[in-house]
Each structure stands twice: as C-alpha cells, then as structure tokens.
Design a protein around this ligand. Structure first.
Ligand code: V4E
Length: 197
C-alpha cells in the first residue's frame, strides 16, 4: 500500500475543530528507534529505517512528477525479507544482527502517544512526542500510484475545510534531530532532504 500523508501544526483551535464530528479509533503509545550508517547513507536519500515497538519498517520515497509536492508519499515495507532486499542485505542472522554487522546503528529513540481519529474517510493522527512536540497528520492509503493525486487533493481539501494551515512543518524525527543532533540535521539540509524555511 502507498501512504499519502500531510503533517500540520496542531494548535488548540485546530484540535477542537478537527475532533468535532470525528470518530476516536484508538489511543496508543509506541517507541520508534531509527537506524542509519555513520555517514547517514539512508536518511540523506530520504530513506527511513526504524523499529516500532520491535517491528522493523522501511519508508522509501515515492516522489512523482506532476504531483503536488507539498504532500509526502512513501512506500512502506514491513516484511523483513523486503527490507533486506531494498537495503541489499544478506539473508543471515536476525535483521538487527545483520544491520549491526553492516554498519547500521540507532541514532534516535522517540516515544509517541497517538490519538487516532477517522473523519470524512481520512485518518487523523494526533501525535505527542515524549521530548515535547505535537503534530497532526492527515493520511490515507491507496493501492496504486495513479490514485495518489486524487488522495493528495482530498487531504488538502479536508485541511482547508477544517482550518488547518498548509505550511512547512518538521516531522517528529526531524525536529528531534534539529534539537539534539545538529550534525545529522545539517547533513539532511545539505542533502536537500530537509528544507530550512
Ligand atoms: C518520512 C520521514 C521520516 C520518518 C518518520 O516518518 P513520519 O511519517 O514522520 O513518522 P510517523 O511516526 O508519523 O510515522 P507513521 O506512523 O505515520 O508511519 S523523518 C523525515 N521524513 C520526511 C520528512 C522530510 N523529508 N522533511 C521534513 C521537514 N519532515 C519530514
């Protein structure tokens, strides 16, 4: 599946409007541990490897011409075999052991409490990260690339109807790096993965 999502700043007014008429699906807390090599070979290519509560996930960028670039599109791999193939890793040992042997190490751990809502057939994730940062993501899943554009339009329409401001925003990990690891953050700025506004 392809995840089409957009992050927005969450202030009190926006939160109240969003929650109005929305169905609360769940509240849960999870911990993400992010991995990369010492020279940032994944993240400087906009590739994100993490273990979420112990389960590995890999996000690969799916930037397409002609599609609104204010929407982020990633392909998500969740099967260890697929992740090994995408990263060119051999099929031996556990994934964490293979990663360590191939020079990957963890560079950030973030615990998030997420309130998930459904409204107008879109998913709203209100995230509060343990280091003191709040964000909201509007997202949907599509099963083919030719459905991304329509999904992106639905998200932006929904945002304007619900009083959300479309402005550049740092995700939880990027803000964490900006605050805690300026060297890594600058490498992402230089690689044009992160734009400084
Ligand atoms: C895709 C990405 C990163 C990995 C973390 O992805 P994100 O969607 O922020 O995490 P989360 O916890 O909401 O995952 P979900 O539960 O939705 O799967 S870190 C940075 N990016 C992309 C990115 C970027 N290139 N530039 C900026 C300013 N923000 C984010």
């Amino acid at each position: 599946m392809i995840e089409v999502e957009k992050k927005f700043i969450l202030d009190k007014e926006a939160e109240a409007k969003l929650v109005d008429g929305a169905e609360l699906l769940e509240v849960r807390t999870f911990t993400d541990i992010y991995f990369d090599t010492a020279d940032y070979s994944l993240t400087t290519k906009d590739i994100w490897l993490r273990s979420r509560d112990g389960k590995f996930q890999l996000k690969l960028p799916l930037h397409q011409d002609g599609i609104d670039t204010s929407i982020d599109q990633y392909n998500e791999l969740e099967h260890e075999d697929d992740i090994r193939e995408a990263l060119n890793l051999p099929q031996s040992q556990s994934l964490i052991e293979t990663l360590t042997e191939n020079g990957y190490r963890s560079f950030a751990a973030i615990t998030t409490t997420r309130s998930k809502y459904k409204k107008d057939d879109l998913i709203i994730d209100m995230d509060s990260a343990d280091y003191g940062y709040k964000i909201v993501e509007i997202e949907t899943l599509v099963d083919a690339k030719d459905k991304i554009e329509e999904a992106a339009r639905r998200i932006l329409d929904f945002a304007s109807r619900n009083g959300l401001t479309i402005s550049p925003i740092r995700g939880k990990l990027i803000e964490y790096l900006r605050r805690n690891d300026p060297r890594h953050y600058q490498a992402l700025v230089q690689a044009d993965v992160v734009r400084e506004e």
